[in-house]
Write a protein that binds this ligand. Structure first.
Ligand code: SAH
Ligand code: SF4
Length: 354
């Protein structure tokens, strides 16, 4: 069976190539084709000899997922992709357009085992982890498809990155390598539901990468109801890990807080959150919940405008920087997991297609 070239870090590839009698600079050439020119077929890599091309084709492939569907927002160009992997499973990725940069939001698992109450991905079940190569390939596939240069990456698509720790760390290193895509570590954000020991490990392994923690509630009583994993890792343990992470990296930590009407959007929640985050260099993203159809259990209403503003003002009163996240792609299946969920349920009607 052929090996997926995207699963190897640069230095590993140097060794693999050496076994075939190819020098280090051949890796550089292939990296240039794959990451810069987006040429994935060895036979088209014309600065390699025919013999080398044949050898590489026999041993390696550059595995790129197959595009199943695209949705483009007419409001802000946010573009959502549904991909089919080698084993027929499907994942989503999203491109976000800002005036000065293009950000990719990528998946780390097929589905997610955490099953947060408001999340379409979690509700659609869990199949498996993605390999590093499958994580990296999403970036290349989007660049090829939309002819863009991705400068920022957020690990905020489907899945819980820290439950697929090794492959996620490896994918970051591959995407960072200056001989290839060369994305600065500072332009990469990993978002986690909060797994304390992995958060601390991340401080050691990828100290420059930015961290976002999906907190969503300031007390265990409330968080237990929307994030099942909270029963295992409490709010206090997560905050403790965040402090340790900060001590080690000096990085500011972003906290994500999905606001659900009359559940976690009260003044008292904001006060408790401010208290919890005291002494942490925190930045809070306030995200009005994106109602996801067909999820049972608590009613997930969007907060009133005044409740959002009230929440923000209370945090600011306590000198906690925050923003209400400007929503992107509100006219498409914006929350990650929704596009795939619709495909899995067999409904195939979309808005604007790309
Ligand atoms: N598993 C990781 C990363 C993927 S989820 C994590 O939970 O952080 C990325 C973000 O999308 C999380 O902050 C999550 O809370 C948010 N999200 C999921 N479903 C949402 C919805 N219906 N409305 C608003 N945000 C949602
Ligand atoms: Fe998983 Fe994140 Fe969705 Fe929770 S919000 S189910 S951790 S992807």
């Amino acid at each position: 069976m052929k090996k997926n070239l995207l699963n190897f870090q640069y230095e590993e590839l140097v060794k693999e190539f050496a076994n075939l009698g190819l020098e280090r600079y051949r890796v550089d050439q292939v990296y240039d084709w794959v990451f810069k020119k987006k040429v994935f077929d060895f036979s088209s890599m014309t600065n390699l000899s025919k013999e080398h091309r044949r050898q590489l084709s026999e041993n390696f492939e550059v595995s790129i997922p197959k595009l199943l569907d695209v949705q483009v927002s007419m409001v802000d160009k946010t573009t959502k992709f549904l991909w089919e992997l080698g084993d027929g499973r499907t994942i989503e990725s999203v491109l976000l357009f800002h005036p000065d940069r293009v950000t990719a939001c990528i998946s780390t698992q097929v589905g997610c085992p955490v099953k947060c109450a408001f999340c379409a991905t979690g509700q659609s079940g869990y199949d498996r982890n993605l390999s590093a190569g499958e994580i990296v390939a999403q970036v290349l596939a989007m660049e090829l498809n939309r002819k863009v240069n991705i400068g920022n990456i957020v690990y905020m698509g489907m899945g819980e990155p820290l439950l697929n720790y090794d492959e996620v760390v490896k994918s970051v290193k591959i995407l960072h390598n200056p001989k290839g895509k060369g994305i600065s570590m500072r332009r990469i954000t990993i978002s986690t539901v909060g797994i304390p020991e992995r958060i601390v490990q991340l401080a050691h392994d990828l100290p420059e990468v930015k961290l976002a923690i999906s907190l969503h509630a300031p007390t265990n009583y409330k968080r237990d109801q929307i994030v099942p994993l909270n029963k295992k890792y409490s709010v206090e343990e997560i905050i403790h890990a965040a402090k340790e992470y900060q001590r080690l990296t000096k990085n500011r930590v972003t906290f994500e807080y999905v606001l659900i009407r009359e559940f976690n959007d009260f003044a008292d929640d904001a006060e408790k959150l401010a208290e919890l985050l005291r002494g942490i260099g925190a930045y809070v993203n306030l995200i009005p919940v994106n109602p996801v159809s067909g999820i049972d259990g608590i009613v997930l209403g969007r907060p009133h405008h005044w409740a959002l503003e009230r929440f923000k003002e209370i945090l600011e009163k306590h000198n906690i920087e925050c923003e209400i996240r400007r929503e992107k792609g509100t006219d498409i299946d914006a929350a990650c997991g929704q596009l795939r969920r619709r495909h899995l349920s067999g409904a195939g009607k979309f808005g604007q297609r790309g």
